[in-house]
Design a protein around this ligand. Structure first.
Ligand code: ITT
Length: 180
């Protein structure tokens, strides 16, 4: 079995490959992100659509994730991708910098669909917003610090050990091992 990871984001795929024993194929299909505050609902709808539209027999997974800054009411949250591509990561730091409370969370949901079963696996990681540091990772990694290091300063393995996606991948891997 190959896992078809439906995403435009190679960083997500690289992390999944590092974690899972099954082969992971990237499928670059732009599924509809339904309007919802519920990441799991967005991800399941996306996984079902991608499964039907990309026409393979192998199961698909999608990952919907986002950065939630506490003092900014959870911004950019479900709109994290849009904000990254419009205002950019540096300016999210500049916004958070004006706040005393710089606590933030990454939250993510992986949704699996194989034509019959739909499952979701969630993960979160707490941290704080800092001035950009580090060359690794992707997206908001340079401005998200966890236990003294930004996610962009960590190896993929280390990031997977603590990150929202790593935690969701761990649950997914356990479920796969029991349900294949
Ligand atoms: P797909 O929808 O095609 O999978 P995307 O990057 O647009 O790719 P999302 O819609 O889930 O993904 O948006 C997530 C946003 O949060 C996007 O800006 C990512 O760069 C960012 N993000 C998600 N996980 C991240 C991580 O582990 N480190 C840094 N930024 C992350």
């Amino acid at each position: 079995m190959t896992i078809r990871f439906v995403t435009s984001n190679e960083g997500k795929v690289e992390e999944a490959r590092e974690y899972l024993t099954e082969p992971v194929e990237q499928v670059d299909y732009d599924y509809t992100e339904i309007q919802s505050d519920d990441l799991a609902e967005i991800a399941v709808a996306g996984a079902k659509e991608a499964y039907e539209e990309t026409g393979g027999d192998d199961p698909v997974v999608v990952d919907d994730s986002g950065l939630f800054v506490e003092s900014l009411g959870g911004f950019p949250g479900p709109d994290s991708a849009y904000v990254e591509h419009t205002v950019g990561v540096e300016r999210v730091w500049k916004l958070a910098k004006q706040e005393e409370n710089r606590r933030a969370k990454f939250r993510g949901v992986i949704a699996y669909y194989d034509g019959e079963r739909a499952e979701t696996f969630a993960g979160a990681v707490p941290g704080r917003i800092v001035a950009p540091r580090g060359e690794g990772g992707f997206g908001y990694d340079p401005i998200f610090e966890h236990e003294g290091e930004t996610l962009a300063e960590m190896s993929t393995e280390r990031k997977n050990a603590i990150s929202h996606r790593g935690r969701a991948l761990a649950k997914f891997a356990d479920w796969l091992a029991e349900n294949e």
